[in-house]
Design a protein around this ligand. Structure first.
Ligand SMILES: Cc1cc2nc3c(=O)[nH]c(=O)nc-3n(C[C@H](O)[C@H](O)[C@H](O)COP(=O)(O)OP(=O)(O)OC[C@H]3O[C@@H](n4cnc5c(N)ncnc54)[C@H](O)[C@@H]3O)c2cc1C
Length: 463
């Protein structure tokens, strides 16, 4: 329980109006899109890095837990304040400080909304590829903290590939500055890579230096429709094997398309077993060539229909369904478990089969979406948290899904991170030694375990 004198010290650091303690004001900081929730004891909304540093020093001294929060769009319970304490909300850090066209980079504050940043760089003919599908709500700091991906990851990589440097406040309140505007930097250990994806467990990002690239001249969108689920899955592997690199290879199965279509009618082929949304980009000369190559592979692997957008409106129509996917699932069931199993790309047919077999075995509805080009599948389990028998089956299915992914040479998370929900599987992938190395890093930086405790590593590992 935070005492009055502690609250008053925090108010002196950030201003009384930037400390929330009323239940009604704090409720929206107590949950995320997962079934997890926990009320914080205070929400602190700092204005600058010095204020964060002061707040963290006070919290560290008193052993008060801190949970950094961006847009709250994570899907693994990453920003739930499980131990109460302070939620540190970053929405005042909303400035794009500089877009440096000479060095192709931008300096931004951590609370800038991802889609706002996209718009600003694109207006200058530039491009910031990471595009988590909640980009209209997520913040760049949250993206860096989760190492977010998105549909364009197949061609352009994930957030980590665009982080050149940052400023952050460490769990003891000291300010750390890493990297800069140089494209090359091998000075010492690569701490930038270590902190990106640390899910708020090693400190709070306040400012980021992000690499940007020229906006591709042209892009084209297509939808390949399949009567066989595994044909669609095999097509993804075949496109990659044919050495074609589209920007996007998004997989949707029938169940997913039906739910989307019921929510946002956009012409998805609901009678088909699956469809792949494919986008290619590049020069005006190359794009038609790539489209032709992809079309040939799709036909060879059994596509019954291929829709190629000829106008921006048609392209938006194809994308509309994929963009509404999560909302349509959220509307169709009281509780969702959005999984993030990722396998080597050649193993996509196997993991798709495993997921459909598990849905049948445990009598569950599991529509499948996925950034299939990355081997990153999002089976979404539609359930109801109040149905205890069903939830038991859900948990068993998730256990088996992750076991299967690891056996196929995959990983627990391609882009959502570990948060709370996947902590129990960490040792399966990392083994005792991997956990021990991570624990030592955490203990070295946060010996009191105040920074986003109980996330990423099993609680017993960091006692
Ligand atoms: C509809 C939908 C679609 C999505 N699609 C994708 C997708 O395509 N790809 C993808 O990768 N993800 C996706 N996500 C997940 C989510 O959008 C990403 O994980 C995103 O990066 C989270 O950013 P956020 O600002 O919302 O962070 P939050 O949810 O607020 O926090 C996420 C984690 O980052 C930490 N954190 C936040 N800000 C900071 C900071 N400044 N310093 C240190 N730690 C911080 C938090 O403590 C927490 O651990 C999707 C989510 C939804 C709801």
């Amino acid at each position: 329980m935070l005492d009055k004198s502690f609250i008053s010290s925090i108010q002196q650091c950030v201003g009384r109006e930037n400390v929330l303690t009323d239940k009604e004001d704090m409720i929206c900081y107590s949950y995320d899109p997962t079934p997890n929730h926990q009320m914080p004891e205070a929400v602190v909304i700092p204005n600058n890095i010095e204020e964060i540093s002061k707040v963290v020093k006070l919290a560290n001294k008193a052993g008060i837990p801190i949970t950094p929060r961006g847009g709250g769009t994570n899907i693994c319970g990453n920003s739930i304040p499980v131990k109460g304490g302070i939620v540190l909300a970053m929405h005042h850090f909303d400035r794009v400080i500089e877009i440096d066209t000479a060095n192709l980079c931008a300096v931004v504050q951590a609370g800038v909304i991802t889609a706002d940043f996209h718009r600003q760089v694109e207006a200058l003919g530039l491009f910031y590829p990471p595009d988590p599908q909640a980009s209209s709500m997520s913040m760049l700091g949250g993206n860096v903290a989760t190492n977010a991906g998105g549909p364009r990851g197949f061609k352009y990589g994930v957030t980590r590939d665009y982080v050149l440097g940052f400023k952050m406040v460490l769990p003891d309140g000291r300010i750390l500055k890493m990297g800069g505007k140089t494209v090359k930097n091998v000075t010492g250990y690569d701490l930038t890579k270590l902190f990106v994806g640390s899910e708020g467990t090693l400190g709070i990002f306040t400012e980021l230096i992000l690499r940007i690239i020229p906006l591709p001249e042209s892009k084209r969108t297509m939808l390949a429709v399949f009567d066989g689920l595994l044909d669609a899955a095999r097509t993804v592997s075949a496109v990659i094997a044919a050495k074609i690199i589209p920007t996007t290879l998004e997989f949707m199965d029938r169940e997913a398309m039906r739910l989307i279509e019921a929510y946002v009618p956009c012409g998805l082929p609901v009678d088909a077993a699956a469809a792949i949304l494919i986008e290619v980009d590049g020069s005006e000369r190359d794009v038609p060539i790539q489209i032709k190559q992809v079309e040939e592979v799709c036909r060879q692997f059994g596509a019954r229909e291929i829709r190629i957008a000829t106008t921006e409106a048609e392209s938006n129509q194809i994308w509309a369904g994929r963009k509404a996917a999560f909302s349509s699932m959220a509307k169709s069931a009281p509780t969702l478990y959005v999984e993030d199993v990722t396998v080597p790309r050649s193993k996509i047919p196997e993991i798709v089969k495993t997921i459909t077999d598990l849905a049948a075995k445990y009598k569950l509805k599991i529509p499948i979406l996925g950034h299939a080009g990355d081997g990153n599948m999002h089976p979404i389990i539609l359930t109801d948290e109040s149905n205890h028998d069903e939830i038991k089956r859900v948990k068993q299915a998730i256990d088996e899904m992750f076991k299967a992914a690891l056996e196929l040479g995959g990983t627990l998370s391609g882009e959502h991170g570990i948060g709370l929900d996947k902590v129990k599987y960490m040792e399966w992938e990392l083994g005792e030694t991997g956990i021990d190395v991570m624990r030592k890093i955490k203990q070295a930086l946060d010996p009191k375990n105040i920074m986003n405790s109980n996330k990423v590593l099993p609680p017993e590992a960091v006692q």
